[in-house]
Design a protein around this ligand. Structure first.
Ligand SMILES: *Cc1c(COP(=O)(O)O)cnc(C)c1O
Length: 357
């Protein structure tokens, strides 16, 4: 026996979500974003599930790229932040990786590569996010330098939007970038999940969907299910104890919940050491044997409590879905002041995982 908590990954949902995105995207090619262990879903399982669908994969760590190659994934692989040092720049050729070039330092590393096997680079433009990339006024020079290097082949021009998921939109960033992109005559890559769903004029040649593949909405005001996506990750745990509360009794550390009536609560084998957010407010949604309920009190390291007052049939052994198809991860994230991405990435290694094909 083992502690009754588990993470289930539904690979057919990931495939569904890819095809759903494919149908809506104008982009000619879609590179599935599998960084951060495929947003916590398992990079190898996810990449294998998408191997015959995705036009390529995008990630950060060269170790992950090498692992995909060693697992037989033959599609193009793009390093979203490019090489982190000269050795990685050299390895890009060896493993046939493409990737961003956002700095002069990267250019110098890449230039030392082999002209027989030039590294394919995506010129990264900082169109307003102000994290990585050449400013629009530097782009012409940067591209000229890339084109002059025999060991480098410019293969795309890319940027990343700061507000594709918000009312602010992408117009300001798109305006400068679109001109550069046209002048460069390179394939264009700009759209993340939110832009793929909301801003078709930015789709260009290579879309970069991430969160939608995992079935969550990139938008604050909707859920993946409402958009037509299928949640691919389900975190669930069982009730291991039941408490009868009297009016005035408190629950958990800090007495953060005090009963204002007689109540029945269940203690669930999931806590912040499993990746459930400690900061989640009273009433954060859960589903108990499929019925809606909410958390009560502060989340502990290994346990949390849920209201069973309206669920007399629930008890020890009842399954509590913390997030998944019955408890939208977007709602859980909102109750914890964060986004679904962070919850997906934070599930702890101690939680046993299983796959559904
Ligand atoms: C993470 C990332 C994406 C995917 O973003 P989603 O919002 O998950 O679709 C796309 N492009 C870049 C550069 C990224 O870092």
């Amino acid at each position: 026996m083992t502690r009754p908590i588990r993470l289930e990954i539904d690979l057919s949902a990931i495939r569904h979500n890819f095809l759903f995105t494919r149908q809506r995207a104008q982009a000619k090619r879609l590179f599935a974003v599998v960084k951060a262990n495929a947003y916590g879903h398992g990079i190898l399982d996810t990449a294998k599930a998408l191997a015959d669908l995705a036009d390529g994969f995008a990630l950060l760590n060269i170790e992950d790229a090498v692992a995909l190659r060693e697992a037989g994934i033959d599609r193009p692989i793009a390093l979203l932040e490019g090489p982190f040092d000269a050795a990685e720049a050299a390895a890009m050729g060896e493993y046939r990786l493409c990737g961003a070039v956002h700095s002069l330092e990267q250019m110098a590393w890449l230039a030392k590569g082999s002209a027989a096997r030039p590294a394919e680079v995506w010129l990264k433009i900082n169109s307003g996010m102000n994290r990585l990339g050449f400013r629009p006024e530097q782009a012409g020079d940067a591209l000229a330098r890339l084109r002059a290097e025999p060991a480098i082949r410019p293969a795309a021009i890319m940027t990343h939007f700061a507000t594709a998921d918000e009312a602010y939109g992408v117009d300001e960033q798109w305006r400068d970038f679109a001109t550069l992109a046209r002048d460069s005559a390179l394939p264009v890559s700009a759209a993340n999940s939110a832009a793929l769903l909301r801003h078709p004029h930015t789709h260009g040649d290579i879309g970069r969907p991430g969160i939608v593949l995992y079935g969550a909405s990139p938008f604050e005001d909707s859920t993946g299910a409402a958009l037509g996506l299928r949640p691919a990750m389900t975190l669930s745990a069982d009730i291991i104890a039941v408490q009868q509360l009297r009016n005035g009794d408190a629950v958990g550390y800090g007495r953060r919940f005090v009963a204002d009536r007689d109540m029945r609560i269940g203690i669930v084998a999931c806590g912040y050491a499993d990746g459930y957010p400690r900061i989640a407010a009273n009433g954060t949604p859960v589903a108990v044997d499929g019925a809606a309920s909410g958390t009560v009190g502060r989340v502990s390291m290994d346990m949390l409590a849920v209201d069973l007052s309206h669920l007399p049939q629930a008890g020890v052994g009842s399954r509590v879905e913390l997030w998944g198809p019955q408890a939208p991860i977007e709602r859980v994230a909102a109750a914890a002041g964060t986004i679904s991405y962070e919850l997906m990435c934070a599930v702890a290694a101690r939680v046993p995982r299983s796959l559904r094909a």
